[in-house]
Write a protein that binds this ligand. Sequence first.
Ligand SMILES: NCc1[nH]cc(CCC(=O)O)c1CC(=O)O
Length: 312
Amino acid sequence: MPNPEKIIIASRESQLAMWQAHFIRDRLVQLYPQTEIAILGMTTKGDQILDTSLSKIGGKGLFIKELEQALEDGRADIAVHSMKDIPMNLPRGFILAAITEREDPRDAFVSNNFNRLKDLPEGSIVGTSSLRRESQIRANFPLLEVRPLRGNVQTRLRKLDEGEYSAIILAAAGLIRLGLGYRISAVLSPESSLPAVGQGALGIECRDNRSDLVEWMQPLHDPVTSACVKAERAMSRVLGGSCQVPLGGYAEISEDILTLRGFVATPDGSRIVADKSSGKPEAGEIIGEQLAENLKQQGAQAILDSLDLDPN
Ligand SMILES: NCc1[nH]cc(CCC(=O)O)c1CC(=O)O
């Protein structure tokens, strides 16, 4: 296949999204020096609505619909997303051409006054709008107060610095990519804060009729990350995963064995169902589906039934 003439990358306009788009562009420029690579910045509905909890306004799809429209119209060829922001089922007509190597998948504890979550005095306010983070904090530290915190990474750090919160929880990956790794007071182990499905990995999306792009993106595809993220996403899919469901999933491969850990909780952390499952990396999706079924039987189904889910 001849090298591409031009590739247009659709991206959200947040600094983190733009960093990610530039990162992919730089890789493509190295791979295809003759190709013109442009970035099309776009504002999405999810970026505009900042005052409501994401879990209440329709969730993940909000951050990628406009980008998919650009792919559909031919205004762009690929869209770069955090895997974490991609719904478990892509809309018909779209595929993931590549999943890139994972940045640190863990959550980060960020505070100006405390080094660790366990150092926070009783009643301290911790900022996060993620039900997954909230449920785990409330289960492990019932005397802390969790308050909503939305906005892009810079906005969230500003709200911390203004004193609204004693500490906030963010993805380590976003901070590291933005050169803000020095703001991390402590990274939270997967045992204390199991990461979100796909956290730290980037996905490159295109139309399903663009086998040319799929081929060109292969050098960016990381098989280990992809196997892990596929297992995590299969689990989440069976559990109806969205921003409205407090769940986490994290897979690792060691000595050719993939181990996937997952949990489902009530938002207040009063009930947590957690388990893990292992197998060959090639069987990642089956491992994910099986873990989801096991979790359901152990009580996750009852938790899911008790959640007041919005239909979108
Ligand atoms: N929830 C928004 C979001 N989507 C992706 C990242 C960055 C981490 C990643 O790429 O997985 C973040 C910020 C955060 O959770 O702190």
